[in-house]
Design a binder for this molecule. Structure first.
Ligand code: NAD
Ligand code: GLY
Length: 368
């Protein structure tokens, strides 16, 4: 097992990464569980795959799991589910010193974390991430949110978990497509800060996705450690450091919006395509070698993922995609910062990108 400390001032916590952690859930949580009844929020798919095992693990430690099972999928990150979930936590008489468990992917983690942030002005929560994306990204760092009619993740709070238990065994039931989507966020850490880790991904990514346990532990622990360093240094994304974690996200978000935030394009798939676009745009501006941009694209192809936007069959032009970007929550006083690459492992925040250039670039990509 690997243990990574997220050293946030005033709210440090551990992320434990290993296979089988949840079979020992009660002991892993220790005295963070103060009462016999333990509120645990999950979605229907995760409950079907892991509910019995998690319930038994709590029972063996002398606890009783009290479940709230939400519909699987992005629409669950809604005002309605937030209201119903906080009402349920209040009915369960959860106090500030209690911990609520979030068993699931980013949807469950984001919703539960936000409910915990506002319940009685903040109670504890423990992340039990069950997707690769949640293990390497969303369960760490304390961003919590729901979606509104105006867009994704527009209402939320920074609220750090008390503990994260990333049980690699959870990934065994995850559909391959979801695993690949999460893998985009793993590759991201190499592209933004560590060329050697990108080379590791090139050498080991396919075997990791195929299930090699040692490679999975390395990929998740490496990614968590990379994210932990960044969020410890810039928790609130005010210093231009955490913003680098948005590599690929501005392009990706536009693609997600154009495809209606639907199953046509999962978030991680959008991030993978977005990182290819960010690299190709960087190359077009003379910042990044063409060969490096091609290596990134080739890597996603090599692990079976879409790496060109032509694959999406979009019926739009660059202006339509840029229009989606204008609603991006990263927009700052009329400027949309883009994370670009000066090299593999050398991301930086560019605040001088003209959206007309982005439009022209995207027109070319759509016609590619
Ligand atoms: P998700 O939570 O929707 O999970 C994906 C699918 O996999 C769902 O159908 C779920 O039921 C299923 N599933 C989950 N674990 C499973 C398992 N072990 N076995 C079988 N099926 C399983 O999606 P996600 O990709 O985990 O998260 C996406 C969300 O995360 C988005 O809402 C995004 O905005 C958010 N996000 C948040 C942050 C952050 O920092 N807070 C970072 C990245 C993404
Ligand atoms: N997923 C981006 C962040 O946590 O900042």
């Amino acid at each position: 097992m690997a243990v990574i400390r997220v050293d946030i001032a005033g709210a440090p916590y551990d992320v434990r990464v290993g296979s089988g952690l949840l079979t020992n859930l009660a002991a892993e949580c220790g005295d963070r569980l103060r009462k016999r009844r333990v509120p645990i929020i999950t979605d229907a798919n995760v409950h079907k795959a892991w509910g019995a095992a998690v319930g038994t693990a709590l029972q063996q430690g002398g606890y009783e799991a009290v479940w709230r099972i939400l519909p699987a999928g992005e629409p669950t990150k809604s005002w309605d589910q937030l209201v119903a979930t906080t009402d349920w936590l209040l009915a369960e008489e959860v106090e500030r010193g209690d911990a609520v468990l979030a068993l699931g992917g980013g949807v469950i983690g984001d919703l539960t974390g936000f409910a915990a942030a506002i319940l009685k002005r903040g109670c504890h929560f423990i992340q039990l991430p069950t997707t690769l994306l949640a293990q390497v990204d969303s369960s760490v760092g304390g961003k919590t949110a729901i979606n509104t009619a105006a867009g994704k993740n527009l209402v939320g709070a920074f609220h750090q978990p008390a503990l994260v238990l990333a049980d690699l065994a959870m990934l065994d039931t995850l559909p391959l497509r979801e695993l690949q989507a999460g893998y985009a966020e793993v590759v991201k850490y190499g592209l933004l800060g560590d060329a050697e880790f990108f080379a590791w991904c090139q050498a080991n990514g396919a075997a990791m996705l195929a299930g090699d346990p040692a490679l999975r532990e390395y990929a998740v622990a490496y990614s968590v450690a990379a994210k932990a360093r960044i969020v410890a240094a810039d928790e609130r994304e005010t210093l231009g450091l955490r913003a680098l974690l948005n590599l690929g996200h501005t392009f990706g978000h536009a693609l997600e919006a154009q495809t209606g935030f639907s199953d046509r394009l999962l978030h991680g798939e959008g991030v993978a395509l977005g990182m290819v676009l960010a690299a190709r745009f960087s190359a077009a501006r003379g910042l990044l070698a063409e060969a490096d941009a091609a290596a990134i694209e080739d890597h996603f192809t090599a692990v079976g993922m879409a790496s060109t936007i032509a694959a999406l069959g979009l019926n739009c032009d660059g202006a339509a995609l840029v229009q989606h970007m204008l609603h991006d929550k990263k927009m700052d006083a009329g400027v949309l910062p883009f994370v670009l690459l000066k090299g593999i492992g050398e991301a930086y925040l560019a605040k001088d990108v003209a959206l007309t250039d982005v439009m022209a670039f995207l027109d070319g990509e759509l016609a590619r």
